[in-house]
Ligand binder design. Structure first.
Ligand SMILES: Nc1ncnc2c1ncn2[C@@H]1O[C@H](COP(=O)(O)OP(=O)(O)OP(=O)(O)O)[C@@H](O)[C@H]1O
Length: 357
């Protein structure tokens, strides 16, 4: 990790000019810098504010966590640090020129295609697995669409490690539960409830956001919470398509994949952390189902014949689902988990069917 001369960073940002400001976060401002060798970097500087001390410690924490990680294609790369006597440490990271997932979904006029959405979700899951399976283990605590940034090839990278916690931290170093409203696990109520499953909850919210194009919290809608809105629709298998972003038509060949991902999202945001909420390793196994990738990668080669086979299987699935849901209704079984697992099970049966024939 490089130690940058503070003067070099001042020059690279035209003295931290407002024209070089990319944005302000809760613990610092990020500037675009052009180094002497013309390399583009993003520089995070704690903000001068009454909460400056607090901001400084978050930037310090981000440096501490990022410098403990190996390089990963889906995690922001820390290039180095610098020291300013007035503001403390500055963080220098790779520059991500294509903005955040939040902007792509909620600001851009060109929403992502369905295969791209699946790719983004898979890349974020890989980033989270890297953190959860690494040595030391890292819990990010602030997974949200604003913290997923795109590089020049539109690959996603997880950023903003200001709230991240290292497994090595002693309990006294771990502060009160923290995160962003709308993404914060409701089960994470005390410091002792900190676990990797908190990140899985936030990942589930991002998954719902990617599929629906709706914000995690949208006060102009009722219910305002994406989780409260989406879960009843996922439970009611027939209305599941209502969740999909209406701005871009969902092609038939993507329907099973998106249904499958919605079932995964529902498990991630379940309040039953131990039995229903999966680990990120399990999420990846589910997401990397070969059938999903086959359909994502080769959409244009889906022949008419394949479509007809899929259509007939979908009809069979619908009637099997209807039969099961009638049986469940008769038994008065309205529990989310049992509905979801029966839906997932049926989906798996159909997927297995398609693979074997
Ligand atoms: N490496 C980077 N390259 C390009 N832009 C970046 C980079 N890192 C952060 N940004 C942008 O800088 C702005 C501030 O980022 P920062 O991570 O400090 O806060 P945030 O995630 O927006 O908010 P908060 O800290 O409150 O969660 C955001 O607009 C973010 O997209």
């Amino acid at each position: 990790m490089e130690k940058y001369d503070y003067e070099e960073l001042v020059n690279s940002t035209q003295s931290f000019s407002p024209t070089r400001l990319i944005g302000r976060g809760s613990h610092g401002s990020v500037y675009k810098g052009v180094l002497k060798d013309n390399k583009l970097v993003a520089i995070k500087k704690p903000t001068r504010s009454p909460e400056a001390l607090h901001d400084k410690s978050k930037v310090d924490n981000e440096i501490r966590v990022l410098s403990s990680l190996r390089e990963n294609p889906h995690v922001i790369n820390l290039l180095g640090t610098s020291q300013d006597s007035a503001n403390g440490k500055l963080l220098v990271m790779e520059f991500m020129p294509n903005g955040s997932l939040h902007d792509l979904l909620h600001v851009s006029t060109a929403p992502p295609t369905w295969p791209k959405r699946v790719e983004i979700a898979t890349q974020i899951a890989r980033a989270v697995r890297f953190l959860h399976e690494g040595l030391p283990l890292v819990i990010h605590r602030d997974i949200k669409s604003a913290n997923i940034l795109f590089d020049s090839n539109w690959n996603s990278k997880l950023a903003d490690f200001g709230l991240a916690v290292l497994q090595l931290d002693s309990p006294s170093q771990v502060s009160q539960p923290a995160g962003t409203i709308g993404y914060l696990d409701p089960c994470y109520t005390t410091p002792s409830k900190l676990s990797t499953k908190n990140d899985v909850f936030s990942f589930g919210v991002v998954l719902l956001e990617i599929i629906s194009g709706r914000k995690a919290i949208d006060m102009s809608r009722a219910p305002s919470s994406i989780v409260e809105w989406a879960i009843p629709l996922i439970k009611d298998q027939v209305r599941i398509s209502e969740i999909c972003d209406p701005r871009i038509a969902l092609p038939t060949f993507m329907e099973p994949t998106i249904r499958h991902m919605l079932c995964i999202a529902a498990r991630c945001v379940s309040s039953n952390e131990d039995q229903v909420r999966p680990s990120v390793a399990e999420i990846i196994t589910l997401m990397e189902n070969p059938l999903i990738h086959e359909r994502v990668r080769f959409p244009i080669w889906t022949s008419l014949l394949q479509r007809m086979v899929l259509l007939s299987r979908r009809r069979k699935l619908a009637s099997r689902l209807q039969a099961r849901s009638c049986a469940a209704t008769k038994q008065g079984d309205h529990h989310v988990h049992s509905h979801l697992s029966s839906g997932t099970l049926l989906l798996k049966e159909v997927l297995a069917d398609v693979t074997h024939k």
